[in-house]
Write a protein of this length. Structure first.
Length: 195
């Protein structure tokens, strides 16, 4: 590029010099214009307004929103992340607010909870090292649970399963599931399956 500039300044035509040097005209002029431009400075987007609007159009200051967030987090039962807190602000205070703004406000107030670590899944080891040839050689216990919508509570089903034929030997069905229930179904299963 500098060689081409020198010959062009001496009076030779740009087309001739660029053909000899082996540079396309478009490339030459693009680089020349790019070098003369000032580099752009990124200022991080538009400035933060400092307020959000309610659904009826009234401005609500960020300080008020931070106070509401602190109150929501101060509850004993609060294990909310920024997305659920956004839903609470929209529902309880009729705010038109973005989850990213809630995240920023929580970060400013140092109210963000650390992200939960994903639990590693353990491989299922179901009778891998055993040769099951008849019933009653190996039993497994399984617990399932579901939610009762009308009563707003959970139910539990604990079953004792024979690995050989996958038959349910005994089970417990109830609103609680404790160790004593496991002991009871084991005793009943032993009583049922005794030779």
């Amino acid at each position: 590029m500098e060689i081409a500039d020198k010959w062009i300044q001496l009076g030779y035509t740009a087309k001739l010099v660029l053909r000899i040097v082996g540079i396309l005209e478009a490339t030459y002029y693009y680089r020349k214009n790019k070098a003369s431009q000032k580099p752009r400075v990124y200022h991080g987007g538009r400035p933060i307004p400092g307020y959000s609007l309610s659904k009826d159009g009234q401005p609500v200051s960020d300080e008020q929103i931070k106070e509401w967030l602190s109150e929501l987090i101060a509850d004993e039962e609060s294990a909310y992340g920024y997305r659920k807190l956004t839903v609470c602000l929209r529902r309880d205070h009729q705010l038109v607010i973005n989850k990213k703004k809630v995240y920023r406000l929580l970060k400013e107030e140092e109210l963000l909870q650390p992200q939960r670590q994903k639990k590693r899944k353990h491989p299922r080891k179901l009778a891998n090292n055993r040769e099951i040839t008849a019933p009653n050689q190996l039993w497994e216990m399984d617990v399932k649970y579901g939610f009762i919508v009308g009563e707003q509570r959970f139910f539990f089903l604990m079953s004792l399963i024979d690995v050989y034929d996958r038959a349910i030997v005994d089970y417990h069905f109830g609103l609680t599931c404790e160790g004593k229930h496991a002991a009871q179904i084991l005793q009943r299963a032993l009583w049922k399956r005794q030779p």
